[in-house]
Design a binder for this molecule. Structure first.
Ligand code: HEM
Length: 212
């Protein structure tokens, strides 16, 4: 793949997929939309747009993005790695030269780690949001959003910031509703990638008066 395509994939597809899923999940649990909007109004107010400097204090919005990364990773596997020496991980020998592929849903939806793993529940990450860090990585690797180590994503801070900013702006500027005639957003997943099987359709109403 060309380097430019890889960067587009990293910086556009990852954030937009995470935000599309967050909105879809939140539309089906509207109390979450309300809570996120209240937090935005409390931290930013209604007289200006949310700025990057506000993001560390938008803990609930950050938790919503992290929950999207956990439950709905864009690609089901990491890029393959090859072990350069014999290694033991969790009691398993990985001989030198093995190809190692990790399942991202396998980690993020592991019922031995996550209670109610298939439920979108941002609250589960609130403890991690206590400090002002903006990177939404999980150094314990209980989920696999950006990975870690020598070949982990070098864009973790930029990727986290872009994604939280996108969701924060969409929530600050618009009220979101399920389209008339529908009771739920269909959360079916694509078979071969982490996209929604049908693009999200929702009604967005501006929350603030439009300039003339
Ligand atoms: C939400 C946004 C992003 C997510 C979820 C994400 C996720 C990932 C993941 C899972 C990997 C593979 C790590 C591994 O296999 O060990 C990776 C690699 C990589 N990412 Fe990201 N990424 C994001 C944004 C970005 C951005 C903004 C950049 C650069 C501006 C970037 C540049 C890269 C590069 C260059 C690699 C390859 C690293 C290597 O092989 O040494 N990513 N990313």
């Amino acid at each position: 793949m060309h380097a430019r395509q890889e960067l587009m994939f990293a910086t556009v597809d990852n954030p937009s997929n995470a935000v599309e899923w967050a909105l879809a999940e939140m539309l089906n649990q509207p109390e979450m939309l309300q809570k996120a909007t209240e937090k935005l109004d409390a931290v930013v107010g209604k007289d200006r747009l949310v700025q990057e400097s506000d993001l560390p204090r938008l803990k609930y919005v950050k938790a919503c993005v992290k929950e999207s990364f956990r439950l709905h990773p864009l690609a089901p596997f990491n890029v393959p790695h090859v072990s350069t020496q014999d290694t033991v991980v969790g009691g398993y020998l990985i001989p030198k030269g093995s190809h190692v592929i990790l399942s991202r849903p396998g980690l993020g939806r592991n019922p031995r780690i996550w209670e109610d793993p298939l439920k979108y529940k941002p609250e589960r990450h609130m403890k991690d949001m206590e400090d002002a860090r903006m990177d939404l990585n999980d150094p314990e690797l209980t989920m696999f959003s950006f990975s870690t180590g020598r070949r982990g994503c070098p864009g973790v801070l930029l990727g986290s910031t872009l994604t939280v900013m996108l969701l924060a702006r969409l929530l600050q500027c618009f009220s979101w509703k399920i389209p008339p005639g529908h009771s739920q957003i269909d959360l079916a997943e694509c078979e071969d990638a982490g996209f929604l099987s049908k693009p999200l359709v929702a009604v967005a109403e501006p929350r603030f008066p439009q300039p003339n």
